[in-house]
Design a protein around this ligand. Structure first.
Ligand SMILES: CSC[C@@H](O)[C@@H](O)C(=O)COP(=O)(O)O
Length: 365
């Protein structure tokens, strides 16, 4: 793994992209923007093999459900590219296993690997695999970006902002974690909806939860929004209740890491408490995610594997102690929001209102 310094400037690589990108594909290498260092530094990590990509997913150099899936797909393409030529199939299979073990909760990782694996099994030679796996990874990346743009349209319509309905009132929203260009193929899920509201002049204010302990909200979401001049106010997670009580927001908009067949949603720790707050304060609660986040094989959120990370992420920030040394820590990094607290699940395929098993089956079969 080569930790190279300095991305000159982030440039949009595809139509609809925002100017912020998390990953750059070069055919024989993958570059990942090291999200652990933002917003202080823009470092790009250059990877030439699947093990490095798996390590970067585990260490959160790259994070966010769709970006993890896209990176893993490129990781398999790299494994093919650099396969020794001997038992190339075994080398690629090993790469897939290693990538699948990197993080457990976001189903996009397994979805992308399964899609890549289907192509791999149809290949008869290493040269065919090298070409087709790279093409498939690029397709997964491009489709994710296109899906983000489509879900933003669906979301605005579901919020009642249809074309030609006069001059609607603008809204203020609260979001959690980072679901933007950094977490996806280049536009964002929940943050894509927020971007689209801003583009259409329908957005008054975004409140961004800082999102303890990893601070995706303060380090990444606030950074992305400020780069584009989108009005954002950062708040400590515990301030969300006071913001809602003051009537400051009309919608809470979040992403997802896995959505089960009954409409339960796993997302960044703290999402569930926001959904409870939204219901109490009669504020809309919207989940925005690509259909690759939907896992119809699981009946409910109880079946979702929830990642727990090292307590050091809560006890310290960059080596500075925030708690007594050795204090036991409970650090689940996702929680499950039950479907009955969710008003809308928005995907590129369409919208499920008041999600339940019937509505989910209607859209995702
Ligand atoms: C479009 S990203 C959706 C989710 O992956 C996001 O809300 C989230 O929980 C990310 O968690 P992370 O631990 O940063 O990978």
């Amino acid at each position: 793994m080569n930790y190279s310094k300095g991305s000159p400037s982030l440039s949009a690589s595809s139509p609809g992209a925002t100017g912020t990108v998390a990953l750059r594909w070069h055919g024989s290498s993958l570059e990942l923007l090291d999200q652990r260092l933002l917003p202080a530094q823009e470092h790009w990590v250059t990877l030439e093999g699947a093990s490095g990509v798996a390590q970067c997913i585990q260490d959160m150099v790259v994070r966010g459900a769709p970006a993890i899936g896209i990176s893993a797909a490129y990781g398999v393409a790299l494994a093919a590219r650099h396969a020794g030529g001997g038992d190339w199939k075994a080398e690629i299979e090993q790469a897939i296993r290693e990538l699948a073990a990197s993080r457990p909760t976001a189903v996009n990782l397994f979805w992308a690997l399964q899609r890549i694996e289907r192509v791999f099994h149809a290949c008869d030679s290493l040269s065919e695999a090298q070409k087709r796996l790279a093409d498939e990874a690029v397709a997964i990346h491009q489709e994710d970006l296109a899906g983000n743009l489509a879900m933003a349209d669906h979301a605005l319509e579901a919020m009642g902002f249809s074309v030609g309905t006069g001059k609607p009132m603008s809204v203020s929203v609260l979001t959690h974690c980072n679901t933007g260009a950094l977490a996806t193929g280049g536009y964002g899920t929940a943050l894509g909806v927020i971007r689209r509201l801003h583009e259409k002049k329908l957005l008054k204010q975004v409140y961004a939860d800082e999102t303890r302990p990893w601070l995706q909200g303060s380090r990444l979401t606030a950074w992305e929004l400020m780069r584009e001049g989108i009005p954002v106010t950062l708040n400590a997670d515990g301030a969300a209740a006071a913001i809602l009580a003051a009537g400051e927001v009309q919608w809470i908009i979040v992403g997802a890491d896995r959505i089960t067949a009954n409409g339960d949603v796993a997302n960044k720790i703290g999402t569930y408490s926001l959904a409870v707050l939204a219901r109490y304060h009669k504020v809309g609660f919207m989940v925005v995610a690509p259909s690759s986040t939907v896992d119809m094989s699981l009946a409910s959120g109880e079946d979702i594997p929830i990642e727990e990370r090292d307590g050091v992420e809560v006890r310290e920030i960059r080596g500075i102690p925030l708690a007594p040394e050795g204090v036991p820590v409970f650090n689940p990094v996702f929680d499950v929001t039950p479907a009955n607290l969710i008003d809308l699940i928005v995907t590129e395929k369409g919208v499920v209102r008041n999600p339940n098993i019937t509505g989910m089956h209607g859209l995702f079969g």
